[in-house]
Design a protein around this ligand. Structure first.
Ligand code: MN
Length: 137
């Protein structure tokens, strides 16, 4: 019985879907997020990302934009056209701070945007705002 109680408490941790094809980035970021108490599920390309979003109903998605199979832009557009998963917040992650990328991310349906290399405290703040609705940090 105790175990059941604990299990339900564990499920209260916010769940983040990390869609990232680069294994090193995936490992590093997932470990840091797990340390902060998040439950992490992962996908390695856009198609799998969409599947995982439907299966796992995460509280938030961290979406690398440069992905095999289907890139992050298209994955986010498809996510936004599926009513079961369209309301999940998405933070776009891109490797280069290209002019116009932020706008492009917002147009694709992302809620926020960040650039690599990841500055973890800054990313955590963005995650926190989208999950907990904090106005400012
Ligand atoms: Mn990538």
């Amino acid at each position: 019985m105790r175990l059941l109680v604990r299990t339900s408490q564990v499920n209260l941790m916010p769940k983040i879907l990390l869609v990232e094809d680069n294994e090193m980035n995936r490992d590093m970021l997932s470990r840091r997020l797990i340390k902060r108490g998040f439950e992490i599920v992962m996908a390695v390309d856009g198609r799998q990302g969409l599947e995982m979003a439907r299966q796992e109903s995460p509280d938030l998605i961290l979406m690398d934009m440069s992905l095999p199979e289907m890139d992050g832009w298209e994955t986010t557009r498809q996510l936004r056209s599926d009513e079961r998963i369209r309301s999940i917040p998405v933070i776009a992650l891109t490797a280069h701070a290209m002019a116009g990328d932020r706008e492009k991310a917002m147009q694709a349906g992302c809620n926020d945007y960040d650039t690599k290399p990841i500055e973890f405290p800054r990313l955590l703040e963005k995650i926190d705002i989208l999950i907990n609705g904090k106005a400012q940090a």
